[in-house]
Design a protein around this ligand. Structure first.
Ligand code: FSO
Ligand code: SF4
Length: 547
């Protein structure tokens, strides 16, 4: 195996024996093989689109296939074998349509468009030879992977929007073209162009999801979220999918089972549609990687709607209480599928919860969030006034992800040391590094404004563009906003590419720069966009406040 798609990659260069995330080599290789076949499918879809004959029933399949390979989303070997099998069948159908339309098969030379297997053994025999390292030139490899990871993140967001009935065909078109671009002999410059276009489609995907979420569940509003526990048994829901949460809330209503959010599901509390459920109890615990401790104490079942899953310790007391749905999976966890056209059936998890004791309290009190674009616009006068009067000197966008690495203590220290006339704008699970600190407020504006999930980084960009308009500056980089972003997995990659597309410069990225950036590709990002890493909280603060 070779995988270097996330921030925790071994030695900062690549996991080769087993993933730091717990991914086993057989699963890593099968993920590579799935991508290989998806790229083959993409070749046909690009050709079929040109012939006006693309089949939209496969759109969702492409999203889900990419989503399954995101860090920490799915560790279940059988699911990958099944998905590859389905992908080969789908590819064959597309090939037949292509031939029937008069397509010339010799126009498609990529091996993944033709290779086939009928047994898991044949798949595994191939799987080790089609991964990242099959591209020899390290710069081309780096650009191909940067593009691929951006598309994985984009696919995740697009799938959540799709679940709510919102689609943008331009994104499917780009994903097909982008996947093909990673298989043909393009120059480094051509690949850089594709990466930039990926950023544009990332903006579109986040805008689509923002619209899907807000049209369906209302605009997030300032909300106080309880972080303690109640006396009923509970279900803990994690991940990012709001439709799953909605269906769980509907089905648990009146059952005596409370629903709590974990990690990235916290922002669900900010949506008006979910507030009406009296049994929607609060947020339990912290960011994803703390689950190994927190799940031991929750006592009830947990439901993962997406990543980030941490493989449980062999004697963890909660192993038989975890469920997955959507693209998520883990061997031994029960998986709940949607039957076409129906709500997911969560009855088993609800019955399971009824037999469990209530959650054990690990924290108490509350946190405040809900500062997505609409709510911030409602406060715009107050914010603008605070900036004009000098009460707010600078905004610090500290969106992104949390992770296990010790170096991430930087973000807590940085938040603590920020002067009192600064405000943190956040989104994603990165917030758990500082959202429980007593940072106070500025004229009633909290010093940590949480817009929501990592995809709600879109809101932060919309807010920045609005401020640009209000202050009448020509360039978004002239605003008093510093970008000090933490990344972990591929959704953060698409957020980064989206910000670059929107013209944001001088983004600081930590705790380490991506291992998949070759020195030359890193140099392009540094020279063209001013991307930089982080140093120490003290030195960075000094730099940001002086510049
Ligand atoms: Fe975090 Fe995990 Fe949302 Fe990611 S929970 S790390 S970038 O999946 O998607 O912020
Ligand atoms: Fe390693 Fe990250 Fe890949 Fe897991 S996802 S195998 S930790 S690089």
């Amino acid at each position: 195996m070779f995988c270097y798609q996330c921030q925790e990659t071994a030695k900062g260069t690549g996991c080769t024996v087993r993933g730091v995330c717990g991914k086993t080599p057989d699963v890593a290789n099968l993920q590579d093989l799935l991508l290989f076949v998806l790229k083959g499918i993409a070749h046909y879809r690009v050709q079929l689109r040109a012939l006006n004959a693309v089949d939209h029933t496969a759109d969702r399949f492409m999203l889900d296939g990419l989503f399954m390979t995101i860090t920490n989303a799915n560790f279940d070997k059988q699911r990958f074998i099944d998905k590859i099998k389905a992908a080969l069948e789908l590819r064959e159908q597309l090939k037949q349509t292509f031939l029937a339309k008069g397509g010339k098969i010799e126009n498609i030379t990529f091996e993944g468009a033709h290779w086939t297997a009928s047994t898991p053994e044949e798949m595994e025999a191939k799987a080790g030879n089609v991964g990242v390292l099959s591209t020899e030139n390290e710069d081309i490899r780096s650009l191909r992977e940067l593009l691929t990871y951006g598309m994985k993140g984009m696919a995740a967001y697009t799938e959540h929007a799709h679940n709510l009935g919102h689609e943008n065909p331009g994104i499917y078109e780009f994903i097909d073209r982008g996947l093909v671009a990673t298989t043909i002999p393009l120059s480094a410059d051509q690949l850089v162009q594709m990466v930039l276009e990926c950023g544009k489609n990332g903006v579109d995907a986040m805008a689509l999801l923002d619209k899907a979420n807000t049209d369906t569940y209302g605009n997030p509003e300032i909300t106080k979220v309880d972080i303690g526990v109640r006396k009923n048994p509970g279900i803990l829901i994690s991940g990012h999918d709001l439709r799953d949460l909605y269906e769980l809330l509907e089905q648990t209503e009146g059952t005596g089972v409370d629903v709590y959010t974990h990690s990235e599901m916290l922002p669900a509390h900010y949506y008006p549609a979910f507030k009406k459920y009296k049994h929607f109890a609060g947020n339990y615990g912290n960011s994803w990687w703390r689950q190994v401790y927190e799940f031991q104490h929750f006592n009830g079942p947990m439901l993962f709607t997406t990543n980030c899953i941490v493989p449980p310790h062999p004697d963890a007391n909660y192993k038989d209480r975890v469920y997955t749905t959507g693209s998520a999976g883990f061997p031994g966890f029960k998986h709940i599928e949607r039957k076409p056209g129906q709500p997911k059936d969560f009855s088993e998890i609800i019955e399971h919860a009824k037999k469990c004791p209530p959650p054990e309290e690990i924290e108490n009190g509350s946190i405040i969030g809900g500062f997505a674009h609409n709510q911030v616009f409602a406060l715009a006068d107050k914010v603008v006034e605070a900036v004009k009067s000098g009460a707010i000197r600078k905004f610090f966008v500290m969106a992104g992800c949390d992770g296990r690495m010790k170096g991430r203590e930087y973000y807590t220290e940085f938040a603590q040391k920020l002067p009192k006339d600064t405000v943190i704008l956040t989104a994603g699970c990165a917030k758990y590094r500082y959202n429980k600190l007593p940072l106070g407020d500025i004229n009633g504006i909290p010093r940590v404004l949480d817009a929501g999930q990592c995809n709600d980084s879109y809101s932060l960009a919309v807010i920045a563009l609005k401020l640009k308009e209000i202050f009448g500056v020509e360039d978004v980089n002239q605003l008093p906003i510093v970008y000090n972003i933490a990344w972990y997995e591929q959704k953060a990659v698409i957020v980064l590419l989206a910000l670059l597309y929107l013209g944001v410069k001088n983004i600081h990225l930590g705790p380490t720069l991506p291992g998949f950036l070759s020195p030359n590709v890193a140099k392009v990002l540094i020279d063209k966009f001013g991307i930089a890493g982080i140093t120490t909280a003290d030195d960075d603060l000094k730099f940001f406040l002086e510049n």
